[in-house]
Design a protein around this ligand. Structure first.
Ligand code: SAM
Length: 287
């Protein structure tokens, strides 16, 4: 292994290729081999797993994935990184590099085309921070083939994803993910292991997608929209957020809450997934 993700090798590759990192693509490259090994080990990557990587950069994490996984598809938006990655990984026959924006790619089609073996598909990525949430939501909503996500995100986003009800971090992202998956914060990562060094620390969060969701929801689209609407303004009560979104009289909403043993002044952060499922159904039935 070349160990691309070290200070010296990263500097050398950047210099040799005349490459300058681009802030607009959220380019902060990992330069610590211990962290890279830990990510791959926590992600449980082995030869019986196919991996999708988002944003390989100069290949620090990609190299560890190629060594451990059956096959890796990496999506990289920045075309000036393509010749660098192609050269670095010329010797690997388990690598597919796609110069595509992950939000625009036809991932389902790419999975069919490039993963020849029928193995579980995992995502492993050090995500570009400017579009962390859109990427996670896009994949969760559109690519059910993915069974496990191990993603590096800003610590603050990791806390939001893994939050419990009642806390300041708990919001619609928490619920949208926990509804679909078991989540864990697997690793906290210092800002010092990136080049350039970002202003915040990071964490790797892992989501294991439920084979069968432990929740019973009739209208999933309505439920997920309801959760989003319920958190539009954190300073408002649930009734005030919902009243804006669904144009139901406030009195009617308060009556629904009281009749179902909720405080009419309740705020969304005090409600768990089961509460939201029940309330979404009750509101929908009254529209
Ligand atoms: N994986 C590398 C590492 O850990 O050193 C680089 C991670 S860096 C935080 C994020 C990478 O995502 C960059 O290489 C960036 O160019 C790429 N990227 C940004 N937006 C993207 C998008 N929409 N689709 C695919 N890749 C993207």
């Amino acid at each position: 292994m070349k160990k691309i993700g070290t200070v010296n090798n990263t500097k050398r590759i950047l210099e040799e290729n005349g490459f300058f990192m681009k802030k607009k693509f959220g380019q902060n490259f990992l330069i610590d081999q211990n962290i890279l090994s830990s990510i791959v080990s926590k992600a449980e990557i082995n030869k019986k797993v196919n991996v999708i990587e988002i944003g390989p950069g100069i290949g620090s994490l990609t190299e560890h994935l190629l060594e451990n996984a059956n096959h890796v598809i990496s999506y990289e938006i920045d075309n000036s990184l393509i010749p660098i990655l192609t050269k670095e990984f010329a010797d690997y026959d388990n690598f597919t590099l796609l110069n595509k924006d992950i939000l625009k790619a036809n991932i389902k089609e790419d999975i069919k085309t490039y993963f020849k073996d029928d193995l579980p598909v995992y995502v492993v990525a050090n995500l570009p921070y400017y579009i962390t949430t859109p990427i996670i939501m896009h994949l969760l909503e559109n690519v059910p083939e993915i069974k496990r996500y191990s993603v590096m995100v800003q610590l603050e986003v990791a806390d939001r994803i893994c939050a419990n009800k009642g806390g300041k971090d708990y919001n619609n992202l928490t619920i949208a993910i926990k509804y679909r998956a078991q989540t864990q914060k697997a690793l906290t990562v210092s800002r010092n292991v990136f080049m350039p060094k970002p202003n915040v620390d990071s964490a790797v969060v892992i989501f294991d997608i439920y084979d069968e969701k432990p929740y019973n929801v009739d209208d999933e689209a309505f439920f997920l929209r309801f959760v989003k609407d319920a958190f539009v303004n954190r300073r408002k009560t649930l009734v005030n957020n919902i009243n804006n979104a669904y144009k139901l009289p406030k009195e009617k909403l308060e009556e629904i809450l009281i009749n179902n043993n909720f405080n009419p002044m309740v705020r969304s952060e005090a409600l768990d997934i089961e509460d939201f499922i029940l309330l979404a159904k009750l509101i929908k039935d009254n529209l």
